[in-house]
Design a protein around this ligand. Structure first.
Ligand code: DHK
Length: 152
């Protein structure tokens, strides 16, 4: 039996939106003490275990997130996205994800239904394959474990 070379199944885009660069510093009682670097390492390790590479992008700018999704069309096997607050109001991100055409998992560190009512609605969920929330940063690993089965 030969070892499966890492990344031979393609690349998963791991996209984090506004303020997630402040994880571990901002509102730790709500979002925990892990950092964005911890998430990106967790995602990298989870993906490698399934033969995927990851491309990690974080931006505080909606247009940069849109550009990353557009660039992933035809190049990435799947997307894991935590769009932060844009989750709740960005029709543009919803439309970009709808155009991606491959599996997308929406992740939230917190259970947004326990938070303010304005966070209870996601513009993105209707165009995502799956939604994982409330599992802390482990949600990113759960998303990748799921995608390993969902990507053909
Ligand atoms: C992260 C944010 O920054 C918020 O704007 C969302 C999400 C929830 C999270 O739980 O990962 O409302």
């Amino acid at each position: 039996m030969t070892d499966t070379p890492a990344a031979d199944r393609g690349t998963i885009l791991v996209l984090n939106g506004p303020n997630l660069n402040l994880l571990g510093i901002s509102e730790p009682e709500r979002y925990g003490t892990s950092t964005l670097a911890d998430i990106e390492q967790l995602a990298t390790d989870a993906a490698a275990a399934h033969g995927f590479a990851v491309a990690c992008v974080q931006s505080n700018h909606e247009g940069a997130l849109l550009d990353a999704i557009h660039a992933a069309r035809g190049t990435a096997a799947a997307i894991v996205i935590n769009a932060g607050a844009y989750t709740h109001n960005s029709v543009a991100l919803r439309d970009a994800l709808a155009a991606f055409g491959r599996p997308v998992v929406e992740v939230h560190i917190s259970n947004v239904h326990k938070l303010e009512e304005f966070r209870h609605h996601s513009q993105l969920s209707p165009v995502c394959t799956a939604v994982i929330m409330g599992a802390g940063i482990q949600g990113y690993k759960l998303a990748i474990d799921f995608l390993a089965g969902a990507v053909s």
